[in-house]
Design a protein around this ligand. Structure first.
Ligand code: SF4
Length: 494
């Protein structure tokens, strides 16, 4: 039997949320806090709930962090007061731990030998319970306070710095026992460290300044501070940067599984991940989508902004003209002010406004990056019809999202994903049910193979778990969504 739920509340649907962006700079003589501020600006899309900067001058570390956007947390006097040779910065979106000041990063700890330590983390650990038990046993955290995975990690890292064991030694000892997705930047105030999990799930790149080094989640953050891209931090690699240059150590064998969703939606289009420009990958997905799921229409329009490159690619390959049919209120999702009930009834109109003159009477092909819950697409289609569209054909630049992510992205629970609202395992039936639920004239998705091919990465070096349910690092402990996934996997294989 085919069933589709309609849990619609247009304003409550958020796009998939990145958990964090990390940045680090070692540059004596430069204004490192300002370099970090601008680096964080370029990474704002990776986390909009909290921001922080830790600065070291060789003696001590000063941390300033708060809830809010980078521009809300920092001003000129604060940045002036953060002086030093080295800085790390963080933008945060919350899923592990609540959205509180304590959980904002960088985290700060003092090691048993008095060394100050600050750390920023992008990703999600899957053996949190094991690490929490260890940290509790050592008296480093109070489990009753529900410390975040990053807090636990920082505590354990700091506890290993004693008796001549420095932070590099401590990280080399600890990281092989840390499971999950992580890109870390950390410092003892003298040396800048960075590490990436052995699967390389999230991106992390190294850049060179004239008088220093930079590490950042995305290459776009290197560009904004004028750093040239040197290379990525390799999966399973730990690096240390100080006046003697860059030192590297392997703490685990590499099993590369980069997140394919970084190419589809998460990363900035002007970033490069493992040699592939993200915008080019999205254009190519759009071209392949046009070949796999062709549409008859008068105009290709994107759901702004994330659908734009794929829509351009679709238009190129199909020969249907490209146009902008909607304008996005870019900052409305980033306000802390809750809309009044009257405004809430406007739903999607708070976020997107149709250009009636462009779309009236047209057969539209609307290209979006992904469908998660389906609420946004349904609201967009209704809005386009109200604005006079003759037909609305929806084309999606990723395959159906059926599985939640446990490696640093917050989608939804399995039951909230619209592709799972259909009990049938017949793909065509599922697509038809989703089409009907969102109210499109036709609906088409790109295939997994075409999406992967567009990234120009070997298929066995990508994580595609949210599309195929095969989790390369396994599932987290003590997580109700993971328990649901185990049940879904058992049903699928029976
Ligand atoms: S499950 Fe999806 S979003 Fe999460 S790391 Fe894998 S590909 Fe990326």
């Amino acid at each position: 039997m085919t069933q589709v739920n309609h849990p619609y509340d247009d304003l409550n649907e958020q796009a998939p949320q990145e958990e964090c962006g990390v940045f680090g700079v070692w540059a004596p003589g430069e204004e490192v806090s300002k370099l970090t501020y601008f680096g964080l600006f370029a990474l704002q899309h990776r986390g909009q709930e909290a921001a922080g900067i830790a600065v070291g001058d060789g003696e001590q570390i000063l941390v300033f962090k708060d809830l809010g956007l980078v521009s809300q947390v920092f001003d000129e006097p604060i940045l002036e007061s953060l002086r030093g040779n080295i800085a790390i910065g963080h933008t945060r979106y919350t899923t592990a731990g609540g959205n509180t000041w304590e959980n904002a990063q960088p985290m700060f700890r003092m090691a048993p030998d008095g060394t100050d330590i600050a750390l920023g983390h992008n990703g999600n650990l899957i053996n949190y319970i094991e690490l929490l038990d260890k940290a509790t046993e050592l008296g480093l955290v109070d489990p009753a306070k529900k410390p975040s995975d990053t807090d636990v990690l920082t505590g354990l890292l700091a506890s290993g710095v004693h008796d001549g064991n420095n932070l590099f030694d401590s990280a080399k000892e600890l990281l092989p026992s840390v499971k999950g997705a992580y890109c870390l930047t950390f410092t003892d105030g003298h040396t800048l460290y960075a590490a990436r999990d052995p699967f390389g799930i999230r991106p992390l790149s190294i850049g060179r300044l004239e008088r220093g080094w930079v590490v950042a989640s995305e290459t776009a953050a290197l560009d904004i501070v004028g750093a040239s891209h040197v290379r990525e931090v390799e999966p399973g690699e730990l690096i240390a940067i100080d006046e003697s240059g860059l030192k590297s150590a392997r703490f685990a064998e590499t099993t590369r599984k980069g997140c394919v969703f970084e190419y589809v939606y998460l990363a900035r289009p002007d970033s490069v991940i493992k040699g592939r420009n993200v915008n080019e990958a999205r254009l190519e997905i759009g071209r392949k989508l046009a070949a796999e799921a062709p549409a008859v229409g008068d105009l290709v329009i994107p759901t702004p902004e994330s659908g734009t490159p794929a829509a351009v690619g679709f238009a190129q390959a199909s020969g249907i003209p490209f146009g902008q049919g909607m304008v996005k209120n870019a900052y409305v999702g980033r306000t802390f002010i809750q809309p009044s009930d009257t405004l809430r009834q406007l739903g999607i109109r708070l976020k997107l406004n149709p250009l009636r003159e462009v779309i009236a009477g047209k057969r539209l092909v609307v290209v979006d990056d992904s469908i998660v819950r389906g609420n946004t697409q349904r609201a967009v289609i209704r809005m386009l019809r109200e604005a006079g569209a003759a037909e609305v054909h929806v084309r999606i630049a990723s395959p159906p999202v059926k599985w939640p992510c446990f490696y640093g992205i917050d989608f939804a629970t399995p039951g909230e994903l619209i592709a799972n609202a259909v009990t049938s395992d017949n793909e065509a039936e599922m697509v038809e049910a989703v089409r009907s639920a969102i109210g499109a004239d036709t609906l088409g998705y790109v295939s997994i193979d075409s999406m992967v091919a567009a990234t120009e990465q070997p298929a066995n070096e990508l994580c595609i778990a949210c599309f195929d349910g095969k989790y390369p690092m396994g599932l987290p402990q003590g997580n109700s969504n993971a328990d649901l996934v185990r049940k879904m996997q058992a049903t699928a294989s029976s």
